[in-house]
Design a protein around this ligand. Sequence first.
Ligand SMILES: [Zn+2]
Ligand SMILES: [Zn+2]
Length: 252
Amino acid sequence: MSLTRMQIKELLDEGRKHDCDHYGPDVCVRIAAIADLPSRFGDFHVVAFYNNRDGKEHAAFVKGDACFGENVPVRLHSECLTGDAIGSLRCDCRDQLETALKAIGQMETGILLYLRQEGRGIGFTNKVRAYGLQDHGYDTVEANLALGFRDDEREYTVAAHMLESLKVKSIRLMTNNPRKIDGLTKHGVAVADRIPLIIPPNPHNRFYLETKAAKSGHLIDFAGKEHLLEQMDRPVVDGMTEAQIGALGDDS
Ligand SMILES: [Zn+2]
Ligand SMILES: [Zn+2]
């Protein structure tokens, strides 16, 4: 079952007149447009959201009639231009995105929220500046300062609002970190369950499989350079030991 024309009309009509203040002064995302989106991962609807407070645009990719539903599988993904679109190996954002889309594409219903918070919300330019600093020998702490810290709270707020706008009754969050559930719950999202996100091993995510990477809470690439985390929770790579999996949530 896909979204019906009546359901789409209802979402659009409410989006048109929507305004609220219960997500704080910076966040009110309204549904602005909805269209079919066939993709290599399956048939989706794309829903365009517009934040009338800060002008940012966000997207939801909806499989089946996930809106209005219960126990809907949901994945949160933060925009990463270099990873998502170009396949950068400085992060594993694209692996995470593709794994989530493949999984949702095979499910009856599901939603991927694509949050336009590039570089942990500090924007593309600042992210590239931080990459540049690392290239020139800055350590991760210094580069981290340049990159700024992820504003987790904001990510949950936008996501919670989007789910409410989509009239989702309850979700099963695709995450490996049970604590992430609290962030959404705090904003009124009913999280019924958790679905682990497990990525198949490939040459590019080998660093996840290194014990050191998991234990130290850092991601180390083949050249010994540390990666900054860009997504809010880490995938499990198929083949990790129990100890490595257990160590993933330690510093998040
Ligand atoms: Zn609102
Ligand atoms: Zn990335």
